[in-house]
Design a protein around this ligand. Sequence first.
Ligand SMILES: [Mg+2]
Length: 385
Amino acid sequence: MTPMSAPPPSTSSATPDDEETASGLRKVIHIDMDAFFASVEQRDNPALRGRPVAVGGSSARGVVAAASYEARVFGVRSAMPSVRAARLCPELIFCPPRFEVYKAVSQQIRAIFLHFTPHVEPLSLDEAYLDVTDDLRGIGSATRIAELIRARIKADTGLTASAGVSYNKFLAKLASDQNKPDGLCVIRPGEGAAFVAALPVSRFHGVGPRGAEKMAALGIATGADLVQRDLAFLRVHFGSQADYLYRAARGIDLRRVRANRPRKSVGGERTFERDIGSGPALREMLERIITLVWERIERSGAKGRTVTLKLKDTDFRTITRARSFPAAVPDEAAFAAAARALLGGVLPLQQPVRLMGLTLSALEGEGGAPLAPAAAEPGQASLPF
Ligand SMILES: [Mg+2]
């Protein structure tokens, strides 16, 4: 046997990375910053405090990336076209996004998480799951840890976070949403099924607006409705999501908190209300998708080298065209230019299309490896807990 130059790192503590949990019982915290981008803008500009604020461009094809709670009162929501948001709330103040600032705050809060556990799974710049079953500080109480984290975030960043504490990821995420903003909610073992029964299915993570519509058509409005349906029924209607939904309806979730989850791509697609065949109409649609997807790319912090255009025609045939660059796509202009060139290459089309999407892949940097290893060392002087 060839001598190894370095032994593999030992895995003495439980590593909740690979398989599902055997019992499904862990101590999981979901932390979610409140109206994150908008709160950062209000923190840094006192004139914006108490006012309805939307982060995003106000132009015709702008999209709201985040809305302050004052703006939400008017129905303004993230991912909404800015034009519609301005109509709902004429007083709305638009702020251009400052992703570098948001990323810096995101690293601050991540350092706080890593003080308590190495098992941190970021979902985006402002959201993460933490497995604190065996916390680094020997605190033992997930609720106590969640309170400490919220207090520390407030002290270090001046911003509020909401926390959900439970025995799996699905419930922890539901819980963090329960008492927003600046809230804490704990769902203890034995309480999950009853908590889920009372909820509309639209609140379940992974059930988007489309999924909720589909469920409504099947007579499923709440967790209590979902729990009545057996696994065979769910498999027919929801395919690969069936097992997750079946368990979720019972407050069960076997997914582990996965630190350093490798992300393969960031993208988005749109299904059109009407099939589109003309070049100008497709180019116009592409511009909207560029804005939408680039916003997601910025939000995730991902950097990638490959841009892929996907089209699905009226016969459900998929056309993909990709272009790879030697280095990460640096900005929206470069991303947009690549997307336009890819579309230009397939025009004119023989058949109208019903769907268009863009993705950025071959990722590197923050999107793929979001943890700063140096900050993971316990007992750092910068974090005197
Ligand atoms: Mg948030």
